[in-house]
Each structure stands twice: as C-alpha cells, then as structure tokens.
Ligand binder design. Structure first.
Ligand code: NAP
Length: 398
C-alpha cells in the first residue's frame, strides 16, 4: 500500500528536485528539468510503503511506485504553474516572435534560431538569439518549439543537429496542419523524444489583445509515462491555459478535418475577396465591414502559409470542390429566379384575357429605366424580337 502524506514519519521523501534518484535505471527522463520556485523546492512529499501487502512488487518496482507518487505531486496545477522551462523556438518569423512574447512574460527562458538574422528583434523581447543551430542545441533546451512555415518544416527539422540535444527532449510544433508534422516527427525524431502537436488557432492579429477564449488544439502524440515527462508537457500547455486559451484536445486527423472546413475556407474566401479589390465606401454595412476585416486578416498572413493549408491538408481539395459547387448553385438559383420572371412576363404578353392579364401585371418587374440591363437572347433565336427586362416588346435586328 502506498500512502502519501506530509508528515515527517515517513520512509522516503520525493520532491521534484530529486526526481532522478527514484527512477528505474533504464527509464529515460529529462536530466535537468525544471527550475521550480523556492516555495516548491521547500515542499516535500512523503511516501510510505507497506511491505507486508505487496513487498515483491515493492522491491522490483519501488522506483515506479515512487515515480507515480511524484507524478501526483508534480502534476499539481500549482507546481505545474511554478515550473519554468527552457524553450528553443526554431523559426523566429511572424508567429514565432508573437508566441515568444507571451512565453517570456510567463517567466520561461526562451532561445531562438531562424534562417534570417533576428538578433535585434529577439533582444527587444528578451529572447537569446542563436545564429547557429549547433550552439542552440548545445544549450540543451527542454522544449524545441517549431514555428517554421509548413513548407519548410521537413527541411528545417532534418537539418537540426538532434544528436546535440538531450535524448528526452520534448518536440512541439504549431503548424496550422497537424497530420503532416505528426507523421514527420514520428519518422524523423529518435524514439526517446516526446512529441506534442499543437495548433494555436489565432495569430498576431486575432490574438493581439490577448488570448482569452481563443482555441488551442493539442494532441499528445508521444509522451513518456515518466512523471518528469508528463509534468513537462503539462507545464508547456499551462502557458496557453494561463493565457486564457480554450484548450481543445483532439487527434491530428480530427483537427485537419475540422480545419479544412473552417480555417481553409476562411483563408480561401479572404484571398478571393482580396482579388476583388474591395474598397471602403461611405455606406459600409456591418456585414461589409466584416468582409474588409477578413481580407485584412488573411492577406497579412504569408502566401506560403495559405499554400501550406492547401497542400498539406488532404481535406482541403474536397472543400475547394465544394466551394466551386456552392458558387455555381447560388448562381443557378439567381438566374433561375430571373428566368421565372421573364417567363411569366412572356406569358402575360401573349395572354389576351383582360382579367388574367390584370393579375399577371402585378408580377411584372418595375417600370422601364434607361440603365436596366437587357436579357441577351440566346444564339438560336431567329425571330426578330426579344423581350427586355423593362417589360416592353422591342423590335430589333439580330
Ligand atoms: P510562415 O510564412 O508560415 O513561416 C515563416 C517562418 O518559416 C519563418 O520563421 C521563416 O524563417 C521560416 N521559413 C520559411 N521558409 C524557410 C526555409 N526555406 N528555411 C528555413 N526557414 C524557413 O509564417 P508564420 O505566420 O510565421 O507561421 C509560422 C508557423 O506558424 C506556420 O507553420 C503556421 O502554420 C503556424 N501558425 C501561424 C499562425 C499565424 O497566424 N500566422 C497561426 C497559427 C499557426 P525566416 O523568417 O528566418 O526566413
């Protein structure tokens, strides 16, 4: 029997600062994990073991039992919140810098590396910038946070000197597609590395006034059962939880299905409307304002990001086809309606019944106006007459 208490009459004491001493010899755990606040390092967890009930298990798996107890302790939300991580951001562009600001504010140590030189931008937000990935990896960050473009992720990941990292490093990505990085990580990363796939579903624009209520999707793809590993993942997730995000745990496959039907369509519509060159008018409606905002929000993201949403989400093509279909349907609906009106008008013109004619009159389009468009007769019309939408019968040469 295992009991946990805070009394001093116990046989073993387990605290986050001496995690390594109670792990099975063959277990892999992050060697130097978290710098805990003083309040937590002082706090001691006591474990009492009753040898009479389960002594054999105790001898062979005593360390596992202790680890479980330790797990309960370090997963305590207060402890998770107080733990600080050393996080390396790879890809320090628009989104990487945006995330870094909040992570730094929460007291974590942030290192960064990118293809371009962002040393000045990094300094401004208290991030340590490395122009060489080897140097960065030799700092042994506990978390590698990949913020590269979707298209460059594989190349960047394969170029990282993984051998310089601690063998239980936690890899996290923030790509806007999820099945792709999941399978890439499983394929490229050594088995000892933990994997957390995430998608903060907001950006520098939508999250500029804080992350409260904004969705954060995550999938714990591969996390070792060792308490230090689970604790590390929870500590990372707490960054977003504490910033007020709505935490949504779902598989990468589920994410991609939902994202194609929502996020990809949003970006697609934004890009299409951008091509129309919408302009501010003196009589903007609320609806129109929201379209202008949509264009603004989506056009600010790189085209590479948009292309990645399409190319690396297998559900995106289907959504594109559905949009084509929907566009055609609405067009047909409109022209079908117009056709009905014209047909009724034709019937009225050929109907001599005065009573019926009077009834039909109410269905006619408004009186003629100079600018109203005319319905172009189809190519096979041979009679030298066609009906204009203004309701009068015109005579013309084809
Ligand atoms: P992005 O254009 O998707 O990515 C820019 C980043 O990728 C920069 O750090 C850039 O490095 C790096 N990069 C691009 N091509 C590269 C190459 N050939 N080799 C090495 N690095 C390369 O724009 P982003 O908005 O910053 O997005 C970054 C990631 O966050 C993407 O995966 C995106 O899906 C995800 N995300 C973005 C948002 C958002 O609102 N923007 C929201 C959620 C998730 P350099 O700058 O050094 O060239």
């Amino acid at each position: 029997m295992l009991s946990i208490s805070s009394s001093t009459t116990t046989t073993s004491s387990v605290g986050p600062t001496n995690n390594r001493t109670h792990q099975c010899p063959n277990s892999l755990s992050p060697p130097s994990l978290f710098s805990l606040s003083r309040r937590n390092t002082r706090k001691t967890l006591h474990v009492r073991y009753n040898r009479t009930t389960n002594s054999n298990t105790a001898v062979s798996c005593g360390t596992a039992v202790l680890a479980r107890a330790s797990n309960e302790h370090i997963l305590d939300p207060a402890n998770v919140r107080d733990a600080k991580l050393k996080i390396a951001i790879i890809g320090f562009g628009n989104f990487g810098q945006f995330l870094a600001k909040t992570i730094v504010k929460q007291g974590h140590r942030v290192l960064a590396y990118s293809r371009s030189d962002y040393s000045r931008a990094a300094k401004d937000i208290s991030v340590e910038y490395f122009s060489d990935p080897d140097d960065l990896c030799e700092e042994h960050p506990e978390v590698i946070l990949l913020c590269t473009s979707i298209l460059s992720t594989e190349k960047v990941l394969r170029s990282l000197p993984l051998h310089r990292l601690r063998r239980s490093t936690l890899f996290v990505d923030v790509l806007s597609v999820k099945e792709f990085p999941r399978s890439l990580f499983l394929q490229v990363l050594p088995k000892d590395f933990d994997i957390l796939c995430t998608h903060p579903m907001f950006g520098p624009d939508s999250g500029k006034n804080g992350w409260g209520g904004l969705p954060f999707v995550f999938d714990k793809v591969r996390v070792g059962s060792d308490p230090t590993r689970t604790h590390r993942v929870e500590t990372f997730l707490t960054i977003f939880r504490d910033a007020g995000c709505r935490m949504v745990e779902m598989t990468c496959a589920e994410h991609d299905k939902h994202a194609a039907g929502s996020q990809f369509i949003t970006h697609m519509m934004g890009r299409v409307l951008e091509k129309l060159g919408l302009e501010n008018t003196p009589i903007n409606t609320k609806g129109y304002e929201s379209l202008l905002n949509l264009v603004d929000n989506t056009a600010r993201d790189s085209f590479e990001l948009f292309y990645g949403l399409f190319l690396y989400n297998k559900n995106a093509m289907e959504q594109l086809d559905r949009m084509d279909w929907a566009f055609e349907m609405v067009k047909k609906q409109l022209s079908g309606h117009l056709h009905d009106l014209v047909r009724k008008q034709l019937m009225l013109e050929t109907n001599n019944d005065p009573i019926k004619g009077e009834k039909m009159d109410r269905l006619l389009l408004p009186p003629p106006s100079e600018n109203l468009p005319q319905i172009v007769p189809s190519a096979d019309v041979t009679e030298q007459e066609f009906v204009a939408v203004n309701g009068s019968r015109l005579s013309t040469q084809c």
